[in-house]
Design a protein around this ligand. Structure first.
Ligand code: R5P
Length: 281
């Protein structure tokens, strides 16, 4: 039997994907041992699986690896969909003595997967660390759809790294685009500058990840201070760690993310984009 097999944190996206693909959903048994260790058991009749699992937060990495090992033990081939590739931002040793964390994750997953699909990984370096066929699905068209509904007139990238996506989304909805320059001070703080005309416009700010909210809060404040009529924020991966909600919500009119990470802000699914990639793999 071929089925979509969800990790415990990716049930919603996996369910949507199973609908999209017309495949059954096979939910493994997940338990915790008294000491916190993870127990996984898959359907032993599986022959082939589309596994859907994040590598964030930390426990999900070991859960995903146990899941892949369990599938391999019953002889089931796995195509692994990683909706949110945790550790993707440590895609190189920035300072002497650091690990290349993304490579560690990629190598472990590659060992037990026939192929991999990543949804909007942070960088193309991340993709290069997988040693099996790896394709990228992008959920930014989902952001474009929501921006269109919200009447966004100016699509703003909070840094140069997302300028290309901002331009693509703007083109898709007939809006203009711009980007700000960003310098990270530390894990929570950034400084931002740039000459953008926000006056009287509905501004849609996009990003791949909202983690601490520092980036988006700075960008939203610039838009507000510059006279934006409304500020709409959309991202693919909404982690919202620490005080991100408190930081961002007072500055925005609308905040949404995809179901790669489920939160109260999830308002569109990455499933159609993942399906399109799986169909051509
Ligand atoms: C960084 O380049 C990413 O694209 C995001 O802008 C960043 O990860 C967001 O992190 P935070 O919400 O902590 O500012």
């Amino acid at each position: 039997m071929r089925a979509v097999v969800p990790a415990s944190g990716s049930r919603e996206l996996a369910t949507r994907l199973s609908d999209e693909l017309g495949l059954p959903l096979s939910v493994p048994e997940y338990r915790r041992f008294p000491d916190g260790e993870i127990y996984v058991r898959v359907d032993s009749t599986l022959e082939s699986a589309v596994v859907v699992g994040n590598t964030w937060p930390n426990d999900s990495i070991i859960e995903l690896l146990l899941l892949l090992d369990a599938l391999s033990n019953v002889g089931a081939e796995a195509v692994t969909v990683i909706p949110y590739l945790g550790y993707g931002r440590q895609d190189r040793a920035f300072l002497p003595g650091e690990p290349v964390s993304a490579r560690v994750v990629a190598e472990a997953v590659s060992r037990m997967s026939r192929a991999v699909v990543l949804v909007d990984p942070h960088s193309y370096l991340d993709v290069s660390y997988f040693s099996v066929k790896t394709m990228v699905a992008t959920a930014f068209p989902g952001i474009a759809g929501r921006f269109r509904e919200e009447g966004v007139e100016l699509v703003l990238a909070p840094d140069k790294g997302r300028a290309r996506e901002a331009a693509q989304v703007a083109r898709a909805i007939g809006a203009e685009s711009a980007y700000l320059e960003k310098r990270r001070i530390d894990a929570e703080r950034v400084e931002m500058w740039g000459d953008v005309d926000f006056q009287g416009k509905v501004v849609g700010i996009l990003d791949d990840i909202i983690s601490t909210g520092g980036t988006i809060a700075r960008a939203a404040k610039k838009a507000r201070d510059g006279g934006a009529e409304r500020v709409v924020v959309g991202c693919v991966h909404g982690l919202f760690v620490g005080g991100a909600r408190e930081k961002v919500l007072p500055l925005v009119d609308v905040l949404f993310s995809s179901d790669t990470v489920m939160t109260e802000f999830t308002s569109f699914s990455a499933a159609p984009y993942v399906r399109s990639v799986l169909e051509v793999m």
